[in-house]
Structure formats: structure tokens, C-alpha cells
Design a protein around this ligand. Structure first.
Ligand code: PGA
Length: 243
């Protein structure tokens, strides 16, 4: 488990884009799992810039979204599908983008379909992940078993809060989501955990330096055979080890 610390958020975003571009140069048909949220916005901006400049070509690359809200139309602005339609697909041509259907009638069937698509694509070459302030990894909330697979989960209040502005109130915000499981994330051939800002410093330290424990889902990355953490200086500020 390696951690790289960058001086700024922009540098973190560029390094994350570097990781994707290096993989795709070597393996144009790479299969990626990508996150939504505030942290990767700079990475998507940088990928878009590189695509415009002709420096990045993901046209043979398949992307899977790591999680999705459940119980809301997929074209609702709060969905992660809408996030990718805003921040990724208008700017960079992909072979395919797959997101879980936030409005699927049967969540279990939808999770099985999505997991099957990943298998059919040959498995994930790289999973890029954010970390929640509560330690969640994708929508795997604290207590998620490390052997968990793609499934419907209950979302914690702190996970729902960033979505509440789209629904007018927290009560009106979906209480459940669909997510890749911890085991599915660990199955990826490589993984990259992104952390930015002082609000993440304490949980980053627990995830990377505490014992791997289901109470801190992101600590599962310590069990991955090829995982790197990419942190800006603020997010790394409570790490004990110099990196
Ligand atoms: P953030 O979310 O990037 O918006 O902080 C990270 C996460 O919840 O995984």
C-alpha cells in the first residue's frame, strides 16, 4: 500500500489523471470503475482537458460507475448517472459507460446484471475510489462485510446529505443505494484511493494506518495487492508515517 502526497488538489487531480492515462496507453481496452463526488471533479476536468488537447484517448475504454442512488429516475440530476453525463461523457469519448439503474424495479436483479457486465468485460483493471468522511468506500457504509458483493444498501445520513440539495430536504433524499461490494473492489487488478481536504484527514489516517476493519470500509484497501492512495497535503495531515 503506497501513499503519494501532493502539495495541492490540482496536483492530486493531475496525478489521478496520469494513472488512468498510463493504464489506458498500455491497455487501450482497459476496464475502469470510477467514482462520483467532489473529490474526483478535478480528475475529470483534467481528463477532459487532455482529451481536448489530443493527449488522452479513452475511446476503447469501458467505464463502470462504482455506485448509484436507488429509487429515483436515472435522469434525475442527483444520480451518479447524471454526474457522469455532466462531467465525463460530454468531454471524453468512451467505448462504454455502465451505471447501475437507479430506477430498476428489482435491485437484486439490477445488481446481478451489473456484476455480470463487469465479468463479461473481463473484470476491472482499475478501481478509482473516493473515501467518505465516515469511511465509506463507494456506498459500502461502515459495517459492510469485506466479502460483500454488488448490492442494495442503506445509506447513512452523512452520505445522503450531499444529495439533499437536489431533493429539497434530507427526508426526501433516497435512503438506499446500489454499490459495488468491498470484495468486488478488491477484485480489481489495481485500485487508487483519492483523498482531499482536512475534512478527510482523520478518516484517511484510520483507513490507511489503522487495522483493516469493517467499521472503516476504506481500510479494506490495505488488503489489496496493488492499491495506491493519492492524497493532497491536507488529507494526509494526520498520517503518522511520512510518505
Ligand atoms: P466526496 O465524496 O468526494 O464528495 O468527498 C467521497 C465519497 O463519499 O466517497
Amino acid at each position: 500500500m503506497q501513499a503519494e502526497v501532493t502539495a495541492t488538489y490540482d496536483a492530486l487531480s493531475a496525478r489521478a489523471a496520469d494513472a488512468i492515462c498510463a493504464l489506458v496507453r498500455e491497455k487501450p481496452h482497459a476496464v475502469l470503475a470510477l467514482p462520483s463526488g467532489a473529490t474526483p471533479l478535478g480528475m475529470y476536468r483534467e481528463l477532459a482537458r487532455r482529451a481536448r488537447a489530443g493527449e488522452a484517448d479513452l475511446s476503447a475504454t469501458t467505464v463502470f460507475g462504482v455506485d448509484e442512488l436507488y429509487g429515483v429516475p436515472s435522469d434525475h440530476p442527483a444520480t451518479n448517472a447524471s454526474y457522469f453525463r455532466e462531467h465525463l461523457t460530454p468531454h471524453i469519448r468512451l467505448r462504454a459507460l455502465h451505471v447501475m439503474d437507479s430506477n430498476a424495479p428489482e435491485a437484486g436483479d439490477e445488481c446481478a446484471r451489473f456484476a455480470g457486465l463487469i465479468v463479461a468485460a473481463g473484470g476491472l483493471d482499475l478501481a478509482v475510489l473516493g473515501i467518505g468522511a465516515n469511511g465509506h468506500l463507494a456506498f459500502n457504509e461502515p459495517g459492510s462485510p469485506f466479502d460483500s458483493r454488488t448490492r442494495l444498501v442503506a445509506l447513512e445520513r452523512s452520505t445522503r446529505e450531499p444529495y439533499a440539495r437536489y431533493f429539497g430536504s434530507l427526508d426526501a433524499t433516497p435512503a438506499t443505494g446500489l454499490t459495488l461490494g468491498i470484495a468486488g473492489i478488491l477484485d480489481a487488478r489495481s485500485a487508487l484511493l483519492l483523498g482531499s481536504g482536512t475534512a478527510k484527514a482523520a478518516i484517511v489516517a484510520r483507513a490507511l494506518e489503522g487495522p483493516p476493519a469493517e467499521g472503516v470500509p476504506a481500510s479494506a484497501v490495505q488488503l489489496h495487492r496493488d492499491c495506491a492512495a493519492l492524497l493532497d497535503r491536507d488529507a494526509a495531515s494526520q498520517l503518522r508515517r511520512a510518505t
